[in-house]
Design a protein around this ligand. Structure first.
Ligand code: ATP
Length: 340
């Protein structure tokens, strides 16, 4: 069995800590992966490279696969987000973020099972901002027919593959009549054209968020544009224990980059306090992706064993501080490895 060449981007802040812990677990589980480490973000700048080096992009294009730690984005100034650039350059148009309750992680609800589908390349995060005159700036929200249909198509296909029953679109088309209006029309067209077996509904995003915190069980798959998807992902993470437990996949036609929903968490970086589980769950998504797209049974086997091991660890009370436990980053990885 030939291992799959995979780009590993440790990232910034807690990135190298969680990436190191996840790599340990993947090695112990005999995951069929050969990692090629590449830099991005502040780590790349510190090494005298561009913030998103061409070599990193080219390596992902070549291997089609990456596991990525978070990259720091400066607030209110500085370079364009590496995460946004990467998604645009590689056309990773679909962010898929499963949000599920975990045994052993006590929260208000114990039956959350949602998937967030976020359009990843345009919307307000297109990053087109202009100074018009001193004191006046504009930020352009971009919505195209092609990108809206593309994300809708991928979302409904995903529902069909996974037996998901319902898609709810969060929008604000009452105010942003053109941009969100176009997004809504495109999703409805795609639904009506070929996916009428899947239920489809729409919610104005503010009311939708209220419903989401009141009763998440009424939702199944949530589909939305870029900015809304970013915010709602963190909100949904709060329903199941926080950012330490929500993984993600960024999918394109040719490449897939797997990364946790969380950022570089500078407040806890370098202290071995970070929960590596969100990135580990992202790695499990990557292994399952290898199974689905390349028919790799060994990947599926490793994914199942890792999933079982981290669920067992949580069940046994082996948790990092964000979940109320006292383990550090590596100790949690060791607890998972013991249970493989
Ligand atoms: P970004 O804008 O880059 O997405 P953010 O501003 O949303 O980042 P994060 O870096 O995700 O912020 O951190 C938000 C909070 O969640 C911080 O208090 C951080 O310590 C905590 N946090 C994030 N990830 C983890 C993790 N893996 N383990 C423990 N705590 C985490």
């Amino acid at each position: 069995m030939t291992p799959h060449d995979t780009v590993l981007i440790p990232g910034d802040g807690i990135g190298p800590e969680v990436a190191g812990a996840v790599r340990k677990v993947l090695d112990a589980a005999d995951a069929p992966l050969t990692f090629h480490e590449h830099l991005a973000g502040v780590a790349a700048l510190d090494a005298g490279l561009d913030v998103l080096p061409d070599a990193t992009i080219e390596a992902i294009r070549k291997h089609g696969l990456a596991l990525k730690g978070p990259c720091t984005t400066p607030v209110g100034e500085g370079f364009t987000s590496v995460n946004v650039q990467l998604r645009q350059k590689l056309e990773l148009f679909a962010a898929v973020r499963p949000v599920r309750s975990l045994d052993g992680v006590k929260t208000r609800y114990d039956d959350v099972d949602l998937v967030i589908f976020r359009e990843n390349t345009e919307g307000l995060y297109a990053g087109v901002e202009n100074d018009i005159v001193p004191g006046v700036v504009t930020s352009m929200k971009i919505a195209t027919d092609a990108a809206s249909r593309r994300i809708a198509q991928r979302c409904f296909e995903y529902c069909r593959q996974r037996g998901r029953q319902k898609v709810t679109v969060f929008h604000k088309a009452n105010i942003m009549k053109k941009s969100d209006g176009l997004f809504l029309r495109c999703v409805k067209d795609v639904h009506d054209d070929g996916f009428t077996d899947i239920a489809y509904e729409t919610r104005i995003i503010d009311a939708g968020c209220m419903k989401l915190v009141q009763d998440p069980s009424q939702f199944d798959v949530l589909l939305m544009e870029n900015f809304y998807g970013d915010v709602v992902s963190d909100l949904a993470a709060g329903l199941v224990g926080g950012l330490g437990v929500v993984p993600g996949a960024n999918l394109g036609h040719d490449c897939a980059v797997f990364e946790a929903v969380h950022g570089s968490a500078p407040d806890i970086a370098g202290q071995s306090k970070a929960n590596p589980l969100a990135l580990l769950m992202s790695a499990v998504m990557m292994l399952n992706h290898l199974h689905e797209t390349r028919g790799c049974a060994a990947s599926h086997d490793a994914a199942e064993r890792i999933k079982h091991a981290y669920n067992q660890a949580l069940h046994d009370g082996q948790k990092t501080r964000d979940l109320g436990g006292d383990l550090n980053t590596d100790a949690f990885a060791d607890a998972v490895i013991e249970r493989l």
